[in-house]
Every structure is written in structure tokens, then in C-alpha cells.
Design a protein around this ligand. Structure first.
Ligand code: ADP
Ligand code: MG
Length: 666
């Protein structure tokens, strides 16, 4: 066996839907999940074909044996085909003589029964058991099993029975019968035979076909059952070796006693049981000289079959054909052939090809499990969804580079939940940001208009005011016009204040940054607000650095505006909370009231100039517009949260003002 050999089983990309069925069923742990696709690792694969059998998506393909065989047939040389004894379980639709006739019609010069090679091999096993001298052996008729021991129980290779398989024994007979140059093709239900053909550099078997491939070959070469004649196998014919594809068939044909008293042999099959059996053998618990192990439930259940019949139906086909042939078998030539080949060398040695991968240390294992969200023993659900029996096995496989975290179902569900939560949060953030942007755009265009008007109105207003003052000075003090002039000046001043507010909103004014203590600033603002005794004021100082570079007067104006609104929202009284907080870069001022709240449909308009819900003469609708402008001039932000629906809990409003700590004016 060579390292880096050709894969026996390939994954068809994109067909794999990562159900982990193949991972679960692979006794050699030779399947790696990479980016959600199952890959067979050629060097670890033993060719048992379990993954092919369990994949419901047909995502596993067996290495194609047809091109080699077609090339041999096309070469014009006489080619021999040896047929595995499980053939009656596959070709239930054809009498065996017709099948042989068809194989000949396809161009094979010789058609032999592997059953005769099995007869020879049985005889060698009989001798091995008789001469065992207390030594225990594992039978080597199943190539998947042989590779399994070589890779994963390398210390047991000297227990592998040193006897070739019936396939190789038959090939040696064929070459003695027909000449050493005859190419030999094996046809059977086995994928691992394709690997066995290459052991020790190959040379004895020139091609391996599965039964479906044999059917395909017959079809391609235009062989039809109705037209092909009947034919018998080339001698030597097989005897009880025909039982090999049935579990225990080797023991039976070699007359090795498997009863509990004599305990010469024990037979085990199936991809789960065979692994257990090897472990028990290793532990010295198998009470027999010879352990016959088949990776499938007998070769009749091999992966290279088209039939879907149940096990005993297949076995029955094999034994029925065997009985039929036994009735016709002429014992004498068979015995002569056995005698002729009694001295044929059928021995072979096996060497270890250790493919074990070290597992993680206890610390590494703990770390791996923690990454899967399994920090405590009770987190290990051992649900098997990942394809591994336990969470520890899965973590070990991750360590060995065979598995991924994502294979863990609870882990994946948890991650999905977090992702959904994150997505939801970022969706909300996005919506808020979008709303703020629309708002800012609206206010910006409004600011342009306001600034234009304010500029135009400001100068005439100044003139009106100036002349009103001049006239007042020139009038005699008792003039009846004095009161009218005072009213003119008063109203003009009011207009000037509004215009100045608009300029603030439009960010047309300058900010004069200076270091200020925000605690003082809050106190000054609170002093500037008239409020009823029923409003309780709470100041919460987050004890962060109180110093910041701000335009003191303007920020006081912002706070006063917000505080006045808060008080006005609580005509029956309530609690007014002012919070001072922040971090290294930002000062955060929060004003919270327990007032009536702002209805949802007003939220988008409160920063707009002249938006007010207050009666004429009470509100100008400029307070928040001006505050917005000032905060923006500081490159800060002002936000509002409000609850105005009493049926949904206590109402109230919170304004949050964030200002950069180190002077960053526009
Ligand atoms: P004014 O106070 O002159 O109405 P503002 O710009 O200060 O103008 O406020 C605009 C509107 O926003 C108010 O009329 C009011 O409807 C709403 N408002 C502002 N702050 C609050 C608050 N704390 N509670 C309830 N409504 C508020
Ligand atoms: Mg106001």
C-alpha cells in the first residue's frame, strides 16, 4: 500500500448536504468536513463503502474501474475474468450459465470462479488453525478489515492470517492454467478490492469491477441476455468456497469449528461489530483461534451491488446456486485440482501502516469543548447529530483536523440565535440612524431658509429699534406717544430675539469654547428655570471628569430650554432628574421628566422651528430648534426618548445631550 494513493471513494461536490450520515457510519473516521462538505481522506479510507451505502444524496462515487478493463479487452490479448461467489445475490435475473455466456460474449477469453480460490484458501486456514499452537489469528479475506488493522491497530498486524485472499489465489491458479501473461479482472460486490489490487505495488490483479460496473460493461459491449448462449465456468470449479460471501462461510468451508466447546473459530460482521470485535481481540477476549471478520454483513451485502434485497434473501440465492452446482459437480476433477494446487504458495505478509492521529491533551480537550459551549459535563449532550457518538469524540476529531465546530447542532442553534439577535439589534440601529438622517436633512434645509430670512429681517429690525429709541429720547417725557414708542421698541426687541434664535438654529452664530465645569453649568441652568414646588429636582452626578471645553452661555441656554419644557410637561408636578455622565471623550447630560410625554407622531417635528403644542403666547416653538443648532455647533448630538401612552406604563421624556469633551466646534 502506498501513501497518497488514489481515492477509492470520491465526494461529488455540491451533492453533499452535510447530514453527517457518512461521518457517523465511517468506522475508520476517514471523512473530513471542510466548509460544510464531506471529503473522504484517501490515506485513511479502508474502502468499506459504508459512506456510499448511507449517502441518500448519491454524493459518494466509487472509483471507476471500467476504463482499465475496457483497455485490456481492446488490447486483443486473452483476458480472464474471475467472478466473486456472491454473484447469485446480484444476478438474480439471470441463470448462472447465461451470465457466464454473456461475460464470454463481452470478450473475456476465460471466466473463472473465485470460489475455487476460496477452496484453496480454506484449506490453508484449516492448516493454520491446526498448527496455531495457541496463537490467535484474524482472517484476511476482507481487504477493508485488513486495512483497518494495518492503519488503526498496527500492533496487531502479526495476527493477520498470513494467507492471500481468494481473489489473489484464483488469479495465481488462472496464470498457472493459461499462462503467466494473462491479465486478470476481478468482478465482485466490493470497493476495498480495488485497493487490494494495488497492495505491494499490484501486479496480480489487472482490473476490478463492481457488479454495477460489470452490468455497465455488458451493456456497453452490446451483450444481450437473449442472444448470448449458456456456458459453464472454466475449470477448476469451486466447491464449498462458494460460501465465503456469507458470514461464517470461511469457517464452514474450512471445517473450522465455531461451536462454543471447540471454539476454533468465531465469525463477526458489520461495520460497527467488526470494530468492537477487533478491540475485543486486542484485549484477548475472543475465545477462538481464528476470528473471521467481514466489514459488511457478509460480502452479499457489499456496497458494489445494484440489488436492494434484504440479507437473508441474498444469502438464500447464494446457497441455492451452490446446491444446484454441487449436484452437478463432478467431485473427482475437483479433488484432482485441489491436489494439484496443494503446494501452491498462497502465503503473504502484512505490514503496519500506522494512520493513528494523536488526540488532544486533557487541557486541549477542555478548551475544545468550551469552544463548543460545553464547559460543564452536563453541557455534553452526546446527541450524535454531528456524526460522532460523543461530544468528546467530536472535539477529538476537531483536534485531528477532521471535524468543524459547526457540526455541533446545539452550537449551531446557539450561534444562529445570537446572529438573529445581533441582526435584530443592528436593524433597529439602522432604522434609528435612517430616521435621524431624514430629520437632520430636513432641519438643514430649514436652517438655510431660516438663516436667509433672519439675515434680511435683522437689519431692518435694527433700524426700527434704533429709530424707536431716538424718537423716545427726543420726545418730551410727558408725551402721550411715549407709551406707544415703548411698545414698538418692546415688540421689535422680541422680534430680534426670535431672529437671533433662528440664527442659532441655523448655526450661524459662533461658539466660544472655554474650559467649564459641567456641574456648575447644570446648577446655573437650574437656577434660571422657574418651577413650581410640586416638581422635585434630582441631580445624579456620575462622578466622571466634570471639565469640558464648551460655550458656557450657549450650553446653559440648551439646558434651560430642555428644563423649561420638562417643567411645562409636568403641570401637576413630578420628578425632574438631571444626570451628568460621560467618558474620556464625551460629556453626557440627561434630562428626564415624568411628564405627559411626546406622542409618537410629534417625535419627528419637535426640533423644527415654530413647532409647538403650547397655546398662543406661551410657546414659540423655538426652544428645541435653537438647542439643536447649538448642540450641532459643538459637534455633539441631542436625542430624545419618550413614552406618552399611559396605558403602557408611566409616561415621561428623556433628552440626552452628548458633547465632545475637547473643543470640536464646527
Ligand atoms: P415650545 O416649548 O415653545 O413649544 P420647544 O421647541 O421647546 O417649543 O418644544 C417643542 C414642542 O416639543 C413642545 O411644544 C412640546 O409639544 C414638545 N416637548 C418638548 N419637550 C417636551 C417634554 N419634556 N415633554 C413633553 N413635550 C415636550
Ligand atoms: Mg420650549
Amino acid at each position: 500500500m502506498t501513501v497518497g494513493r488514489q481515492p477509492l471513494v470520491l465526494t461529488i461536490p455540491d451533492r453533499c448536504k452535510t447530514c453527517y450520515g457518512c461521518v457517523r457510519e465511517c468506522p475508520a473516521k476517514a471523512i473530513r468536513i471542510v466548509s460544510g462538505q464531506a471529503q473522504v481522506i484517501p490515506d485513511r479510507c479502508i474502502g468499506c463503502g459504508n459512506c456510499v451505502q448511507v449517502c441518500s444524496q448519491g454524493a459518494k462515487a466509487i472509483r471507476d474501474g471500467l476504463p482499465e478493463v475496457e483497455a485490456l479487452l481492446a488490447s486483443g490479448r486473452p483476458v480472464a475474468l474471475e467472478l466473486a461467489p456472491s454473484f447469485p445475490a446480484e444476478f438474480v435475473d439471470l441463470p448462472w450459465r447465461r451470465l457466464v455466456g454473456m461475460i464470454r460474449a463481452a470478450g473475456f477469453a476465460f471466466v473463472h470462479e473465485v470460489a475455487f480460490g476460496a477452496d484453496l484458501v480454506s484449506e490453508r486456514y484449516r492448516r493454520l488453525v491446526e498448527q496455531s499452537d495457541g496463537r490467535q489469528y484474524i482472517a484476511t479475506t476482507c481487504p477493508a478489515l485488513v486495512e483497518y488493522v494495518q492503519h488503526y491497530f498496527p500492533h496487531l498486524v502479526d495476527r493477520l492470517a498470513p494467507i492471500v485472499s481468494p481473489m489473489v489465489a484464483t488469479a495465481r491458479v488462472i496464470r498457472l492454467e493459461h499462462g503467466p501473461e494473462v491479465p486478470v479482472v476481478f468482478a465482485g460486490p466490493c470497493i476495498a478490492k480495488k485497493g487490494e489490487a494495488t497492495w505491494d505495488g499490484g501486479g496480480e490483479i489487472d482490473g476490478v469491477l463492481t457488479f454495477p460496473e460489470l452490468r455497465a460493461l455488458l451493456l456497453r459491449r452490446g451483450v444481450e441476455a437473449d442472444l448470448a448462449g449458456d456456458s459453464d465456468f472454466d475449470p477448476p470449479h469451486g466447491g464449498l468456497g462458494g460460501l465465503f460471501p456469507v458470514t461464517g462461510g470461511l469457517l464452514k468451508s474450512a471445517s473450522i469449528d465455531d461451536d462454543l466447546v471447540h471454539a476454533e473459530g468465531v465469525a463477526v460482521d458489520g461495520h460497527r461489530r467488526f470494530v468492537e470485535a477487533i478491540r475485543e481481540f486486542e484485549a484477548g477476549a475472543v475465545p477462538a483461534v481464528l476470528l473471521e471478520v467481514l466489514a459488511c454483513e457478509g460480502c452479499v451485502m457489499g456496497p458494489g451491488m445494484t440489488r436492494k434485497d434484504p440479507r437473508f434473501r441474498r444469502q438464500a440465492e447464494v446457497t441455492r446456486t451452490l446446491r444446484e452446482r454441487a449436484r452437478e459437480l463432478d467431485e473427482e476433477p475437483w479433488e484432482q485440482a485441489m491436489e494439484r494446487y496443494r503446494t501452491l504458495d498462497l502465503s503473504r505478509r502484512f505490514s503496519a501502516v500506522d494512520r493513528r492521529v494523536p488526540g488532544p491533551s486533557p487541557e486541549e480537550l477542555q478548551e475544545l469543548l468550551a469552544r463548543l459551549g460545553k464547559s460543564r459535563p452536563e453541557d455534553e449532550l452526546n446527541c450524535g447529530a454531528c456524526g460522532y457518538a460523543t461530544c468528546v469524540e467530536h472535539a477529538t476529531a476537531i483536534h485531528q483536523g477532521l471535524a468543524e465546530n459547526e457540526m455541533c447542532l446545539p452550537y449551531a442553534i446557539d450561534r444562529l440565535r445570537t446572529t438573529v439577535r445581533d441582526l435584530h439589534a443592528s436593524h433597529e440601529q439602522l432604522a434609528a440612524a435612517q430616521e435621524a438622517l431624514v430629520q437632520a436633512e430636513k432641519l438643514a434645509s430649514m436652517g438655510q431658509l431660516a438663516a436667509g430670512i433672519a439675515h434680511e429681517v435683522n437689519n431692518p429690525l435694527g433700524v426700527v429699534l434704533m429709530y424707536a429709541h431716538l424718537l423716545a429720547e427726543e420726545l418730551p417725557p410727558d408725551s402721550p406717544l411715549a407709551a406707544d414708542l415703548r411698545l414698538i421698541a418692546e415688540q421689535a426687541t422680541r422680534c430680534k430675539n426670535i431672529v437671533s434664535g433662528l440664527l442659532n438654529f441655523a448655526r450661524q452664530n459662533q461658539v466660544r469654547l472655554q474650559p467649564v465645569d459641567v456641574r456648575d453649568l447644570v446648577q446655573a441652568a437650574l437656577r434660571g428655570v422657574r418651577r413650581s414646588d410640586s416638581v422635585k429636582v434630582v441631580v445624579e452626578d456620575g462622578a466622571c471628569d466634570p471639565m469640558a471645553e464648551l460655550d458656557r452661555d450657549q450650553v446653559i441656554q440648551v439646558l434651560v430650554n430642555v428644563l423649561v419644557n420638562a417643567c411645562e410637561a409636568m403641570p401637576q408636578g413630578g420628578t425632574l432628574t438631571v444626570r451628568i455622565d460621560g467618558d474620556a471623550d464625551w460629556v453626557v447630560l440627561e434630562v428626564e421628566d415624568t411628564g405627559v410625554g411626546i406622542p409618537q407622531d410629534h417625535m419627528g417635528r419637535i426640533f423644527t422651528p415654530f413647532f409647538t403644542t403650547k397655546p398662543m403666547g406661551r410657546g414659540t416653538g423655538l426652544g428645541l430648534a435653537v438647542s439643536y443648532g447649538i448642540v450641532k455647533m459643538h459637534r455633539g448630538e441631542i436625542r430624545v426618548r419618550s413614552q406618552a401612552d399611559p396605558t403602557r406604563g408611566p409616561t415621561g421624556t428623556t433628552f440626552t445631550i452628548r458633547l465632545p469633551r475637547r473643543g470640536r466646534s464646527e
